[in-house]
Design a protein around this ligand. Structure first.
Ligand SMILES: [Zn+2]
Length: 459
């Protein structure tokens, strides 16, 4: 073995602990994959977004990924392939994305202009509807997307969702599983024939946002937020250092960020808050939420993407009119959570930690997730979680369907099983002991009024 091969071995051993905990097998991660897109599709921004997102996801897990991209120049003036290859090397310096084709490649292909019989996994989209086809078989209602050539340059939701589906299908396929063709819409949180083409375009305009937690979902959120664009000041709050095993799933995080430039542990790690914030030009606060001064100004919106230091209890007691967050689970799901005091339970009741008494305020047909499950995850799960949350923020600014109805917990099943890949659940807040009473909330809100306080009046 050459010294460089030894470095690669040490790199994968250190990086892929959490991937292995999720059940990934070494042999499967070494199966060759090729990612391609047809030239007409690649000319539009949605496809470019999908390709770059797939590069970000695939190279964090799979070890032999080949890129077969057309010569396309993006609006930034850069060549798509150049950007993709630079991103790939920053994530995994040991791969050869421009290598020659090899036998037995799993073929991933994106197109909105036709079909590809040769592809093992084909991704396509129409508006907010994303589809993944498996070996030529499409999901129910697939004909709707087949005519969806060139939906425009700004509507990227469906393409972004397709990237998550294709990465999920690729992971299943290298492990010898046969994923089910699927269609989902993360804006309307629908699937199959019911997944229409409704979509929403950026920017995300929900005011000043505190993003509590710069983990995998926090990175995914800011990664997609950068794709949609943001109005307002976002602040990512996390005291942790980036570690090499975080690069298996944190979108935008490079091995150099984790102190492993060129795949060797000779550098200095950055803070996770900084790498997550860098994705979309947010501010970074490199401290834990519970260490921050109590008198700091209220944001317009708090997104709770961490579970350490009792943060879910702490935010539930801040008198906010609305809390949103997203999680991944050990059961191949990406999940969106809504918490409106007086109607819904709180984040601490939804996801109790092991050391905490269990409050019996969660119900519904979905299995509440294990509080430890965020420790092991795969990039497409985190990516889909962050994208679900982005779609919710787009909806909050426009139609506000998110605020209607009893459903307050939505799950996307990225294992792509038979049956509906999107489910929802209801968790009532009747026994939650964390949310403040209405009068206490109103006092806090009146002292520093913010953008979404009126939601508290709707309950
Ligand atoms: Zn509670």
């Amino acid at each position: 073995m050459t010294p460089r091969q030894q470095q690669a071995q040490a790199f994968y051993a250190a990086r892929d602990k959490r991937t292995a905990q999720y059940g990934a097998e070494e042999g499967a991660l070494n199966r060759p994959i090729v990612l391609s897109v047809d030239e007409v599709t690649a000319a539009d921004r949605p496809a470019q977004v999908a390709i770059l997102a797939l590069v970000d996801m695939l190279f964090r897990v799979h070890r032999k990924v080949r890129l077969d991209l057309p010569d396309v120049t993006m609006a930034t003036g850069e060549r798509l392939e150049d950007v993709a290859i630079a991103a790939a090397f920053a994530i995994d310096p040991f791969q050869r994305p421009k290598g020659l084709p090899v036998d037995g490649e799993v073929r991933l292909h994106l197109t909105t202009t036709g079909s590809s019989e040769a592809a093992d996994v084909m991704g396509t989209w129409n508006g907010g509807r994303a589809e993944v086809h498996i070996r030529g078989a499409g999901p129910l209602g697939a004909e709707a997307a087949r005519h969806s050539a060139n939906a425009g340059h700004t509507d990227v939701l469906g393409a972004a969702t397709t990237a998550c589906l294709v990465a999920a299908a690729a992971f299943a396929m290298v492990h010898g599983r046969e994923p089910t063709p699927a269609a989902i819409n993360l804006l309307t949180r629908t699937s199959g024939i019911g997944a229409g083409t409704d979509s929403a375009i950026g920017p995300l305009d929900v005011g000043n946002v505190d993003v509590i937690g710069g983990g995998a979902v926090g990175h995914a959120l800011t990664y997609w937020a950068n794709v949609f664009g943001v109005i307002g000041t976002w602040n990512v709050i996390d005291g942790d250092d980036a570690e090499i095993h975080n690069t298996n799933r944190c979108a935008g995080m490079t091995v150099a960020d984790a102190g492993w430039p060129n795949g060797v542990p000779v550098g200095v790690a950055r803070k996770k808050a900084e790498t997550a914030a860098r994705n979309n030009g947010s501010r970074a606060t490199t401290a834990w939420f519970h260490e921050l001064p109590a008198e700091r100004p209220r944001p317009d919106l708090l997104l709770v993407l961490a579970n350490e230091h009792g943060v879910r209890d702490a935010v539930a007691q801040r008198g906010e009119p609305l809390l949103l967050h997203a999680t991944t689970s050990a059961n191949w799901t990406a999940e969106l959570h809504r918490h409106i005091p007086g109607r819904d339970d709180c984040p601490a009741c939804r996801l109790p930690t092991k050391t905490q008494a269990s409050f019996a305020c969660s119900e519904g047909h979905a299995d509440p997730t294990d509080g430890q499950s965020g420790d092991a995850a795969l990039p497409f799960l985190s990516a889909a979680s962050g994208l679900l949350l982005c779609a919710a923020l787009l909806d909050l600014r426009t139609d506000r369907h998110l605020l209607e109805g009893r459903d307050n917990h939505w799950l996307a099943h990225l294992e792509l099983p038979l049956g509906s890949p999107i489910q929802s659940a209801i968790h009532r807040g009747t026994t939650c002991v964390h949310h403040l009473p209405p009068r206490a909330r109103k006092t806090i809100q009146a002292a520093q009024p913010r953008r979404w306080d009126h939601i508290d009046d709707l309950t």
